[in-house]
Design a binder for this molecule. Structure first.
Ligand code: NAD
Length: 255
């Protein structure tokens, strides 16, 4: 369909073939976009290279908790391309114990690190790369419903996602003058490396409980990401858009 033909951008957060970021990358490339990637550590670099196969793409190391890495990413990207059209932030981190222990036990250190990587990094990355963003460009991140309601075990990640959604609104205001859209997809549960650490995930993905009665796939998320980054999205910004087969509209489940 070539919905993204002529657009270039960077995707942060491909860990493996299950990553939501990889689903987005595949769809964006299919729609004609040129995509650069970041990786966290050499093992992940190899995995991204393997996923890309024959097709090469610019790759940059970036630990989003390190300012110097983000600065180097901006410098490297500027040398590669004169400008970009999108930034996809598909990054989150917390400690295993934060997902297992009661929320009440969240330590200051765990709270700070979780919000630094999962929330603040959206500000830091957007600030560093925004000079490269073309008028009409897009910034997109990934959230989860645990930002709004209590999802047992999601705990401090829910707080991080609330912050991410608020950050989305404030960035949308700052960048709106340049017609840059900043949005967030609140995706339903999908089994990935990160989400597998959340106890009870298998119940959350149960497809017969969702209004659409199907399991959400990373392709579903990628389709919505494509729309939000494409020129078809001319007036949505600062929003958290649910892409979850309707799961969030349910008050209770009947079997
Ligand atoms: P994933 O494990 O494939 O991706 C998470 C990525 O975050 C990995 O690539 C990891 O390397 C990266 N990351 C962690 N710490 C980092 C750091 N310091 N610097 C740079 N990168 C770092 O898992 P995923 O499920 O694809 O997660 C992607 C995004 O989608 C996350 O924001 C997650 O919260 C969100 N999300 C996932 C689901 C789900 O059910 N899978 C649902 C809603 C939202």
């Amino acid at each position: 369909m070539d919905l993204l033909k002529g657009k270039r951008g960077i995707i942060l957060g491909v860990a493996n073939e299950r990553s939501l970021a990889w689903g987005i990358a595949e769809k964006f490339i299919q729609e004609g976009a040129e995509v650069a990637f970041t990786y966290l550590g050499d093992a992940q670099k190899k995995r991204v290279e393997n996923l890309l196969g024959e097709s090469s793409a610019p790759l940059f190391p970036c630990d989003v908790s390190i300012d110097e890495d983000i600065e180097n990413l901006a410098k490297g990207l500027e040398k590669t391309w004169p400008s970009i059209d999108f930034i996809i932030h598909s990054v989150a981190f917390t400690f295993r114990e934060c997902l297992k222990e009661p929320f009440l036990k969240t330590s200051r250190e765990h709270f700070m690190k979780t919000l630094d990587i999962s929330s603040y990094s959206l500000i830091a990355v957007t600030r560093a790369l925004s000079p490269l963003l073309n008028q009409g460009g897009s910034v997109l991140s990934l959230s989860y419903y645990g930002s709004q309601k209590v999802i047992p075990h999601y705990n401090v990640m829910g707080v991080a996602k609330s912050a991410l959604e608020a950050i989305t609104r404030y960035l949308a205001y700052d960048l709106g003058e340049r017609q840059i859209k900043v949005n967030c997809i609140s995706a339903g549960a999908i089994k990935t490396l990160s989400s597998s650490a959340i106890p009870g995930l298998s119940q959350m993905v149960e497809s017969d409980k969702h209004p659409l009665r199907k399991s959400l796939s990373k392709e579903d998320v990628a389709n919505s990401a494509t729309f939000l980054v494409s020129d078809l999205n001319s007036a949505i910004t600062g929003e958290t858009i649910y892409v979850d087969c309707g799961a969030n509209i349910m008050g209770y489940h009947v079997s």
